[in-house]
Design a protein around this ligand. Structure first.
Ligand SMILES: [Fe+2]
Length: 250
């Protein structure tokens, strides 16, 4: 069972605005108008706090975008999951990787909502974690894997940005990692996550418009390029080691 799914008794942080949107609403692109605020639903799912201030990634990602993205969009996925868990308590007591890796085991009436909202929760939890101000550069085993599997850092970044740019509509561009430490660039639509295909994401960038539209408008390519300044390479090194040890979750 993951640490995230164990947090049954953790109270939602007071004052965090939440959007009690129906699952279908998570597909909506909401670059400027945030979802309507509503009280957070108490339950087993918890919004992980940012470990840096919302303005820490400026000028590459502005504070308002971080605030709306984390406090409203990610909170909406968490709120939706807690509402789903009221009638499906097994969701809150199961490891996220087990649920996302076995979506077909879910009843049809919740499968779509779980895919979107638990996928969104997993994706964004990873996303906040792998960013930081002054995140350094890839080193050691991660750099060696980038050189071996992705053609070196410069080619990797060019190919990753191109893949993120090609993702039509909303979605993510990931680097997946195997237990042997092999890397690959892969995209997913909506809030899908490589866990759904039995894989693990080492890192990833959110190419939903809500991730960049306030500052970059339609210039996704500029956002993808600037985003590299926010990457937390020491955290990615930790995730790489965890992937090889078989302990990487979301
Ligand atoms: Fe997002």
């Amino acid at each position: 069972m993951s640490a995230l799914s164990r947090r049954h008794l953790v109270t939602m942080a007071a004052g965090i605005a939440a959007a009690a949107a129906v699952p279908r609403a998570v597909f909506a692109q909401a670059p400027a108008a945030a979802p309507a605020a509503a009280p957070a639903a108490a339950g087993p799912f918890v919004l992980p706090p940012l470990t840096y201030p919302t303005n820490a990634l400026e000028p590459h990602i502005d504070a308002k975008t971080m605030e709306i993205h984390h406090d409203r969009h990610h909170q909406a996925y968490v709120t939706n999951l807690n509402n789903l868990a009221k009638t499906n308590p097994q969701l809150g007591s199961s490891a996220i990787i087990n649920v996302l890796g076995n979506l077909n085991a879910l009843n049809d009436d919740i499968k779509f909502a779980v895919r979107n909202n638990l996928g969104g929760h997993a994706n964004h939890t990873m996303f906040w974690e792998i960013m930081a101000p002054n995140g350094g550069k890839p080193e050691g085993e991660v750099l060696a894997a980038i050189d071996k599997d992705l053609g070196g850092l410069e080619k990797f970044q060019t190919d990753f940005n191109a893949a993120g740019g090609r993702q039509f509509g909303s979605g993510w561009v990931f680097v997946t990692v195997t237990k042997e430490g092999k890397l690959a660039i892969e995209t997913r639509p909506n809030q899908d996550n490589p866990i759904m295909d039995g894989k693990r994401a080492l890192m990833g960038n959110d190419v939903w418009e809500h991730a960049y539209y306030l500052n970059y408008q339609n210039r996704r390519a500029d956002y993808l390029k600037a985003w590299w300044n926010t990457v937390n390479w020491s955290k990615i090194a930790e995730r790489y080691a965890a992937a090889k040890a078989g302990t990487l979750e979301v």
